[in-house]
Design a protein around this ligand. Structure first.
Ligand code: AMP
Length: 280
């Protein structure tokens, strides 16, 4: 497995693979890799892509009081995991490489970027859209793999890819969870034992809403109230949002239908966690 630090080397790698008839798959990550990231790399391998995994803690998607400086950085372990899963290349640029001094160009997906996580994290999706554009321009992938875990991010990036006619197929992979239901996240390491136990109420709320919907409950107010009640019981949790939205517009719906996104964001202690499901 090769480790590449510059855009020009990554582009050369990708072009060589494509000239050789390969399909190039990109898995964008911020590192601190876990089984969720591994599942994206495996999905790319299954498609027989030449696989590049990017590892970059992107400063522009963090707010001023967020965890950019203390975000877990585990580069050596990440390389081992990526190699074991069959990645061909790690792309690990410096901040300067992706954001040359005095950068003034950003990508903004209007409307969508202000909804769900975008409402509570102003500028977050602008940072995400900008860095993913840069990664697409550098890697020139045929396909890019993202987790449904970040469902609002998927909506923003699908729209960006479509609007800019980037020609990259967006592949969305299922949420990987610990056996007790907690969605894997690089931020789970921040949780104390007590917080981790309370955090399980998020996935319990997801399952509860899935069951209610399967049993015929479609009224958004009823579904949200059921989830809210479950989570409110936990004294270390502060709900950011509980929402039922159309997955492509991220706008609220009054009646849930198959394909509706049910999403939760909550602070567990100081740690912001998200979870979701697409109702079937
Ligand atoms: P991150 O490193 O947190 O930016 O995540 C990189 C990619 O991994 C994103 O597309 C995430 O949605 C995806 N991802 C993170 N956690 C999970 C998970 N538990 N299951 C599946 N994909 C995940």
């Amino acid at each position: 497995m090769q480790i590449i630090h510059t855009v020009s080397e990554l582009r050369a790698w990708s072009r060589t693979r494509r000239t050789g008839g390969r399909v190039v798959g990109l898995v964008p990550t911020m590192g601190a890799l876990h089984a969720g990231h591994a599942s994206l790399i495996r999905a790319a391998r299954r498609e027989r892509d030449a696989v590049a995994v990017s590892i970059f803690v992107n400063p522009t998607q963090f707010g001023p009081n967020e965890d950019f400086s203390r975000y877990p950085r585990t580069f050596d372990a990440d390389c081992k995991l990526a190699e074991a899963e069959g990645a061909d290349v790690i792309f690990a640029p410096t901040v300067d490489e992706l954001y040359p001094t005095s950068t003034t160009t950003f990508v903004e997906v209007e409307g969508l970027s202000d909804r769900l996580d975008g409402a509570s994290r102003p500028g977050h999706f602008r940072g995400v859209a900008t860095v993913v554009s840069k990664l697409f321009i550098a890697a020139e992938p045929d396909r890019a793999y993202f987790g449904q875990k970040d469902a609002a991010q998927v909506a923003v990036l699908r729209r960006m890819t479509e609007d800019l006619r980037l020609g990259v197929e967006i592949v969305v992979c299922p949420i990987i969870r610990d056996p007790d239901g907690l969605a894997l996240s690089s931020r789970n390491v921040y949780l104390s034992a007590e917080e981790r136990t309370q955090a399980l109420s998020l996935s319990r709320a997801i399952r509860r809403v899935e069951t209610l919907f399967t049993n015929g409950v479609t009224d958004t107010a009823v579904l949200i109230a059921a989830a809210d009640k479950l989570i409110q019981n936990e004294n270390k949790i502060r709900i950011d949002y509980i929402a039922l939205v159309d997955w492509s517009t991220l706008l609220p719906v009054e009646t849930a239908t198959p394909g509706t996104l049910f999403a939760i964001a909550a602070y567990v202690g100081a740690t912001r966690l998200i979870d979701n499901t697409i109702l079937l």
